[in-house]
Design a protein around this ligand. Structure first.
Ligand code: NAD
Length: 372
């Protein structure tokens, strides 16, 4: 242990929501080469990173078999830290059904879902998972509504019919893809009854699709709401569309625990966005300008963007999952959480946020098409 591995003294990250999750969750996609390619690998210190996060109270982890070696690295690290941090001291959330970047790499068949969860249990050295999500449901569900980029909040108002969100039609199964989702959820429910999974839900990018499927789950047998839903890259300086959907997920779809992820828009709002990022060139160009314009702010655009995400998430009572690649990001991101929590976000921060948001112009509030 050196000084860098000790939390800076202050209040630990607090818990929120039905699952009593920390307000900041550890996004463990960062514990893989998805974000840490050869340029970063020499600084890859997962034990230090995870241990420091746990010391701060960041005691829930989001991972997936799709995140390359993430589950294996996380499981190995948590096993090594088990004396100080036993299984009961943290929560583990993983996913199933998506195993590669193409639509063809998804498999939601009940047998695969079960085998996937069993493999995750083994990789994470645990006999239960706090939550398991169907990963990126839009890759499997029946496509309803246009798969084009745009403002997703229109699906809540004038374009309800187009997106399958008309009241009274929630139980409509639009095709084979929807049936696959329902069958996969049924298998997850069985594993919940067996006690190996505590909560089940879905993740994905297009908000209208997430809402439609959450309503479908509630309005078809066994008429149970999802326990959890995770939305990503929709509560950021580029778009806060999640704000408009959160009441619908809660009140219409009756989901007790919502989560939001990726305040840095999966690296788009950093100086080194990953090459695979799905945003179109115009949005990448606007983000690059935003990074360059933010050099006067200490910590640059990443610091500003994390603070914005936390403040918005806190207001909604929803935890934020942030990718943490190293101990410096843990220190910085918890420090920002404290600033926000203690109400120290000064007017200068808010003014900078407004400037940056404006730089996205017509792309502010806008979602890209997923799958592409
Ligand atoms: P993010 O926006 O949280 O982070 C992107 C990158 O920024 C990461 O590489 C991270 O290491 C880096 N970073 C974090 N803090 C920083 C700082 N202060 N300064 C500079 N760089 C910083 O994106 P993410 O990691 O994709 O999302 C967070 C987590 O949410 C993921 O790890 C994953 O667990 C989850 N997630 C799930 C889905 C899904 O289910 N479909 C999609 C996206 C993310």
């Amino acid at each position: 242990d050196d000084a860098e591995d000790k939390p800076v003294v202050g209040v630990p990250v607090s818990a929120c929501g039905a699952l009593q999750l920390p307000e900041v969750l550890f996004g463990a996609a960062a514990l893989s080469q998805i974000y840490n390619d050869d340029a970063h690998i020499s600084g890859f210190t997962p034990v230090r990173t995870v241990r420091l996060a746990l010391r701060y109270g960041v005691n829930a982890f989001d991972t997936s078999p799709y995140y390359q070696e993430s589950e294996i690295v996380l499981g190995t690290v948590l096993k090594a830290l088990a004396v100080d941090f036993p299984r009961s001291s943290y929560k583990l959330m993983t996913k199933c059904g998506r195993y590669g970047s193409r639509v063809a790499d998804c498999d939601y068949s009940p047998a695969t879902i079960r085998a996937s969860v069993q493999r995750s249990l083994s990789r994470l050295h645990t006999d239960y998972l706090d939550a398991v999500y169907l990963h990126d449901v839009e890759f499997v569900a029946t496509q309803v509504g246009p798969r084009v980029a745009g403002d997703p909040t229109l699906a809540l108002t004038e374009r309800k019919a187009e997106y399958g969100l008309v009241e009274g039609e929630e139980a409509k199964v639009w095709g084979a893809g929807d049936q696959q989702i329902l069958d996969a959820l049924a298998e997850l429910r069985k594993m919940k009854d067996e006690g190996i999974v505590k909560s089940i839900g879905i993740t994905g990018y297009p908000l209208p699709m997430l809402l439609r499927l959450a309503l479908l789950a509630l309005h078809t047998p066994p008429y149970q709401p999802l326990d959890v839903l995770l939305s990503y890259s929709h509560l950021t300086l580029q778009t806060n569309a999640f704000e408009a959907f959160a009441p619908h997920f809660r009140e219409r779809a009756r989901i007790p625990q919502l989560l939001t992820a990726s305040p840095l828009n999966m690296g788009l709002l950093t100086p080194t966005p990953p090459a695979w990022h799905p945003a179109p060139p115009e949005l990448k160009a606007a983000a690059k300008t935003a990074v360059e314009q933010c050099t006067d702010w200490e910590g640059g655009l990443p610091n500003l963007a994390v603070g914005y995400g936390y403040r918005k998430a806190k207001k909604l009572g929803v935890p934020m999952v942030v990718g943490l690649s190293n101990h410096r990001e843990v220190h910085e991101n918890v420090q920002v959480w404290r600033e926000i929590t203690e109400g120290k976000a000064d007017q200068n921060r808010v003014a900078q946020e407004e400037n940056i948001s404006r730089m996205f112009g017509e792309h502010h509030g806008w979602s890209w098409a997923s799958p592409p």
